[in-house]
Design a protein around this ligand. Structure first.
Ligand code: NAD
Length: 496
């Protein structure tokens, strides 16, 4: 996929502190989904480049980063945060070029990113072990130390490249690990440009390496590489399973942030305008291309028609267009396969006899990858629109009569990433939030995240958590050290 246009911006791999071409010298072009044109030419890394990057990360791990005192690593992390703050506009625009999401969305994400580095900088010098009481305290003194896992392979999706990388990078660096990052083939530019920001912030050469690649083989080479110690993956559940299996073949650790089909549960006593607003933000913001999209609406019978009617009215007014225009509310889908997938679900809904309260078609007048915000009703609970992640601006609706039924429907999914409860009844709000089997639940709001709040999935939505104080544990090993206190030898045939 190489275009002949010569004015494309150029992005190279980043290995051992240097921007480099791939070993093969091959490139691929990154498509701007709004213009439908290639805008950047990117080095096409292969397993050979992954080998070089892993070797560089290993040298950096052994060469001092992990031994650096935590407060010095923290200083580098704070400088990274400052560097992002200085470069946020530039990096946000690269992401818009690559994935077509709104500039105001990507800008807000980039402006929030420094906080994640400052947060984990605060933990870098508080990585502590324990002294552990022993069964035979006169003979043994025991304590634990926490050590970095080693070289981490990080694989990221196209929808929020630097945010989702940061969820991994800030804690892994704070813990003293090094890494090789493989960004999505659909949105590699911001990660490759970010490498330079990390270098300028003082990150030693080899601590961060990034290898883009058009073919699946590049990601596979990283996930299965014998030279890494852990894989941190964000993407679809289907790919996550393959990545985890590859990691397991090397007995490597894996954290997985995967897909979702999150429920918005609306009770009849909810503030309906607030709920409609939250539902819109959950499924139409970012053109529905967020893992935590609230793509299943579960609404109480008494307010079903009101909610659908208001949603359809608001959805019809959403301004679709140029993602760089501050007036735009929804951009295109991010790439051709996404467009095929989302429009395919419109056909499935028709085949299943569902009704479209709004949308259900491409927005043809706007260009290649636009679809209309869509609300689908008259669905059965085993419909594919209820069961499967669409990853687009498509809301699938079911109704309920009792609280018990609402909880049962909310949990009737293989996924468990997020959910929301809309009610003015504080008792019910807590009761229902407590019963939803998902990693994040909002009460009367949606799509709020921050560095201090753990994020991740129950069930098929993932393994492990990102963000929050415990996220650093995902990048640490625990070592137990026993000290013999008596100086006497003991029976060699008996366990101590
Ligand atoms: P994807 O699974 O297709 O790809 C994710 C990454 O994996 C890409 O970099 C891709 O090149 C790489 N990859 C693909 N096949 C691979 C293989 N066999 N081995 C190793 N790497 C491989 O996902 P996507 O389409 O880029 O992103 C959308 C998905 O990501 C959705 O399912 C969404 O829910 C999920 N997601 C989850 C979160 C979360 O935090 N839970 C956040 C954002 C997106």
């Amino acid at each position: 996929m190489t275009s002949e246009i010569s004015t494309l911006e150029r992005y190279q791999l980043f290995i051992d502190g240097h921007a480099v071409d791939s070993v093969s010298g091959a490139t691929f072009d990154s498509l701007n989904p709004y213009t439908g044109m290639p805008w950047a030419r990117v080095s096409d890394g292969t397993p050979d480049d992954i080998d070089l990057a892993v070797a560089a990360a290993r040298r950096a791990f052994d060469g001092g980063w992990r031994q650096m005192p935590g407060w010095r690593r923290a200083a580098v992390l704070r400088a990274v945060g400052d560097g992002i703050a200085k470069n946020s506009e530039r990096l946000a625009r690269l992401e818009v070029n690559d994935n077509g999401k709104l500039l105001r969305e990507m800008r807000a994400q980039l402006e929030a990113l420094p906080e994640y580095y400052y947060y984990f900088a605060g933990l870098a010098d508080k990585i502590e072990g324990r002294t552990v009481p022993q069964i035979n305290p006169s003979r043994y003194f025991g304590f634990t130390v926490r050590e970095p896992v080693g070289v981490v392979g990080a694989i990221t999706p196209w929808n929020s490249p630097l945010l989702l990388l940061t969820f991994k990078l800030a804690p892994l660096l704070a813990a003293g690990n090094t890494c090789v990052v493989k960004p999505s083939e659909h949105s590699p530019a911001s990660t490759l440009a970010f490498a330079q920001v990390l270098s300028e912030a003082g990150l030693p050469d080899g601590v961060f390496n990034a290898v883009s690649g058009w073919n699946r083989a590049t990601g596979e080479a990283l996930a299965s590489h014998p030279g890494i110690d852990k894989i941190a993956f964000t993407g679809s559940t289907a790919t996550g399973i393959k990545v985890a299996q590859a990691a397991m073949n090397n007995v490597n650790k894996a954290t997985l942030e995967l897909g979702g089909k999150s429920a918005q549960v609306v009770f009849e006593d909810a503030d309906i305008d607030a709920a409609v607003n939250g539902i819109m933000s959950g499924v139409f913001a970012a053109t529905g291309q967020t893992c935590m999209a609230g793509s299943r609406l579960i609404v109480q019978d008494a307010v079903h028609d009101t909610v659908i009617e208001r949603l359809a009215r608001r959805a019809a007014d959403i301004r679709l267009g140029d993602p760089n225009d501050p007036e735009t509310e929804m951009g295109p889908l991010a790439n051709p396969p996404q467009f095929e997938k989302v429009t395919g679900y419109f056909s499935i809904a028709e085949e299943e006899g569902a009704s479209f309260a709004c949308g259900g078609a491409p927005a043809e007048d706007l260009g290649s990858y636009f679809v209309k915000p869509t609300v689908i009703t008259n669905l059965k609970r085993d419909s594919r629109l209820i069961r499967e992640e669409v990853f687009g601006p498509v809301l699938s609706v079911l109704s309920f009569s009792t609280e018990e039924e609402a909880v049962e429907l909310a949990n009737d999914t293989r996924y468990g990433l997020a959910g929301a409860v809309w009610t003015e009844n504080v008792h019910r709000a807590h009761r229902v939030a407590g019963q939803i089997r998902a990693g994040s639940v909002w009460i009367n709001d949606y799509r709020v995240v921050g560095p201090g709040m753990p994020f991740g999935g129950f069930k098929d939505s993932g393994v492990g958590r990102e963000n929050g104080v415990d996220a650093i544990d995902e990048y640490l090993e625990t070592k137990s050290i026993y000290v013999e206190l008596t100086g006497q030898t003991r029976d060699p045939f008996q366990m101590g």
